[in-house]
Structures are given as C-alpha cells and as structure tokens.
Ligand binder design. Structure first.
Ligand code: NAG
Length: 409
C-alpha cells in the first residue's frame, strides 16, 4: 500500500479501463445536471437546516444512494494504548518543496480514529467550546440525521474494539470509561435533544463532518461538529457543496488543480476504500480551538490580513490536520474526520532534519499558497529561527546525506 499523491493515479490503479469510460460518461452527465441544477434549484439545495419543508423532502427522496451491505472491519486493539502514556503521532507532512495536490493515501481501517494521551485535554477544550457557543459549532440538517446516527453506530462498534481501556459498548450505546460519560444512542429523541454530531465529537479528538450526496451529484456539508478548526467557521460553510467550501475559503489553485479530481473522487468513493491526507499550517497564537491572531471568532472579516506581525517565536504553533474520508454504507454520507495535531514550533524544531526541511517548505510556497497560509505575518521570525536551529543541528553533526527520503506523515 504505497503513498498515493495523485488522485488520478489512484483511480487508474484501482479500476479497470472499461469502467473508467463508463464513469467518465456518468461524470459528464453529472456535470451537465449540476450546471442545470444551478439554474433550477441551486438556491434551494443550499439552504441549511431551516430550509422549508419542501426542499427537505426533495433531498430525502433523492434516492441517489442505494444502501450497500458492508460492515466496517473490526479493528485490532491498539497495542498498549494508554490514556496517559500513548504519545500523539509525529506527523510532519512537509517536504523541501511544495505542490498543491489532494495528497490522499489509502487508509488502513485500524487507523480510522487516532487517540492519544492528549485525549482528555482535547475533550476538555471541546466541552468548553460547546458551552461557550454550541449553536455555532454543531449542526445536523434533518436530511443528514440518519447519517449522523449511522456514524454514532459505527463509533459504538469501532472505538471499544480499538481502545477497550477507554470505551465500552453498552446495550444502548457507548460509555467512556475514563470521563465517566455514558451515551444512549438508541432513544428518540436523544437525551436533552442533543445533536448526534456532538456526541460523536465528544468520543474522539477529531472534528467531524458529513457530506451528503445531493440530487445534482454534488456533495453538501450537512452535518458537523467543528470545535478545533483554528481558521474556519462551520456557520460560514454549512450547507455548501464541496466546491464552494473550497472556493469561498480561497483555497489556492482549487479550480485549476483540485476541483475536477476531488468531485470525481467523492462521486466514486467506495464504502470499502477509506483514505487519509495530511496538511499543515502555522499559527501565531497558541489557541487550539480558534486562532485568535486572525481576528475574534465573531468578527465579519477574519483572516491573515487582520493579523498582527508575529514577534514571539514561542507563540508560533505548527498545526497539522490529519483528515480521513470514508463512506457510510447505509446513508451514503461521506464522513470527514479532521484531527488536529498542535505543537509549538520550538518543539518540532528539535527533531532531526525538521527545521531545515520546514524552512525550505515554507520558502517553496507559491505566492497564492503563501497568501492563504499567512506567510508574510510570520516569516520574519520563523525563517530565521528555523535556519538557526538547522545550523545548530549541522554543527552537532547532522548528516544531510543521511536524511530519510520518506518522511513520516
Ligand atoms: C491517568 O492519570 C490520572 C491522573 O494522573 C490517574 O488518575 C489515572 O488513574 C491514570 N489512568 C491510567 C489508565 O493510568
């Protein structure tokens, strides 16, 4: 199972040629219907949970997904997992160069959800965030409710098998043995009318979203609990199709390099082929939940333009997301898990080769990527700092010839 950096290669490798031809035809038809849909019912499709009755009904009977008979493989128990001792995985997904790509790799089912000794810290921060502003952070549209419940049902089986010292499956749901929480996922309504995505998000360190297929072949953000995203707000994206989520966020080179393959990927995604990808950002403050440097969370114009020039290297954090995607067999929803790893840059710069490689990576950002990632607000201190740490590593005997060519993702 090699690293797949190009979705086209992935698709070529995984499906026979004749099938590709049929798929291309289907995609052309879908694109046509998508364009048509923009004219006829685009505005209705986009409306969030409060959409009028009629549009919800339209989506409910969309019938574009036929449930498939698939059971998520039961994972192996995580070896020696300990809520106090298991360290976060050291994802350092940067290279000496930088290219905009989907960068997806196949995912082993055992790796779906990664938990570590920061679970309690993340859980606490999540609960604080929910208490502060729940209505802005979690929502499930009526037509995605079944998918959100389906996700809970999946977690109820998968989590206790993978982390039996943290979770226990019960007759009615799942218990967290460390926090003492007990969740009933079968009663209706759920206790206190809680949103099922909130329960799901309390069980893991990830943020969670479900993209639902619409009649037009596009995938819409219909259910989510986004608590630790740092730079984006659920309320800005809820109800949007995949493409608009990216264009509204000014994702660099999205239209040119990503849109076609990404949309195609979603349409074709199989229930038994989960994938994973990693990205990275720098943040000039130390809040895991929301990057206050780009503006208060409720401001209209948040963004790097609003940020002050960074001046304190100890505040700069390396923020890396590990995203997984899988399709739910019953509802057809695509579950998107977004696990943020958050480390002070002064910590990761101690690791061999990391400061040199990260400095090169940041310098290699094209202008649009640099604007998107806010480079001008921190390069004044970050590049000098990383160069200095790199020089110290070389002085201490680090051999550039021996730098591994495969970096740990
Ligand atoms: C983890 O640490 C806490 C506090 O230090 C302790 O109360 C708890 O028993 C520990 N849990 C395990 C599984 O070692």
């Amino acid at each position: 199972m090699g690293v797949i950096t190009d979705v086209a290669d992935y698709l070529r490798a995984s499906v026979p040629k004749e099938f590709l031809g049929v798929c291309m035809a289907v995609i052309v038809l879908l694109q046509i219907s998508r364009i048509a849909s923009k004219f006829f019912f685009f505005s209705e499709q986009r409306k969030p949970a409060t959409a009028p009755e009629s549009s919800c009904k339209d989506l409910n009977k969309s019938g574009i997904w036929t449930p498939v008979d698939f059971k998520t493989p039961t994972p192996e128990r995580y070896p020696n997992w300990d809520v106090n001792k298991t360290k976060p995985l050291p994802y350092r997904p940067f290279k000496h160069n930088y290219h905009v790509t989907m960068g997806i790799r196949n995912m082993n089912w055992d790796d779906w959800i990664e938990l570590d000794n920061e679970f309690l810290k993340y859980h606490k921060r999540k609960c604080e965030r929910l208490a502060e502003r729940r209505e802005k952070l979690v929502i499930t549209a009526p037509d995605a409710y079944d998918a959100a419940i389906e996700l809970l049902e999946e977690f109820r089986e998968w989590l206790p098998a993978r982390y039996p010292t943290l979770f226990k499956r019960t007759n009615v749901g799942i218990d967290n043995l460390v926090t003492g929480e007990s969740f009933n996922i079968v009663e209706r309504p759920l206790k206190d009318n809680v949103d099922p995505m909130e329960i799901a998000a309390k069980l893991v360190q990830d943020d969670l979203a479900i993209m639902m297929p619409g009649e037009d072949g596009q995938y819409y953000l219909k259910a989510a609990c986004i608590l630790l995203a740092g730079f984006w707000r659920l309320a800005d994206k809820f109800g949007m199709p995949l493409s608009e989520i990216h264009t509204s966020g000014d994702v660099p080179q999205f239209k040119e390099k990503l849109q076609m393959s990404m949309e195609r990927f979603f349409v074709r995604m199989r229930v038994d082929r989960p994938v994973v990808r990693n990205n990275y950002f720098l943040q000039t403050d130390d809040d895991l939940g929301w990057s206050t440097a780009i503006g208060p969370e409720d401001n209209n114009d948040i963004g790097w333009d609003a940020a002050e020039q960074a001046h304190d290297i100890t505040k700069v954090h390396f923020r890396s997301e590990r995203q997984s995607l899988r399709r739910l067999p019953k509802s057809g929803g695509i579950v998107f898990t977004i696990r943020t790893y958050f480390v002070p840059i002064t910590e990761i710069a101690k690791e061999p080769y990391v400061p040199g490689r990260l400095a090169d990576g940041i310098r290699a950002w094209s202008d649009d990527v640099a604007r998107y990632k806010g480079r001008r607000k921190f390069d004044n201190i970050v590049i000098d700092y990383l160069n200095e740490q790199h020089r110290k590593q070389l002085e201490a005997g680090l051999s550039l010839e021996e730098e591994p060519s495969q970096y740990p993702f």
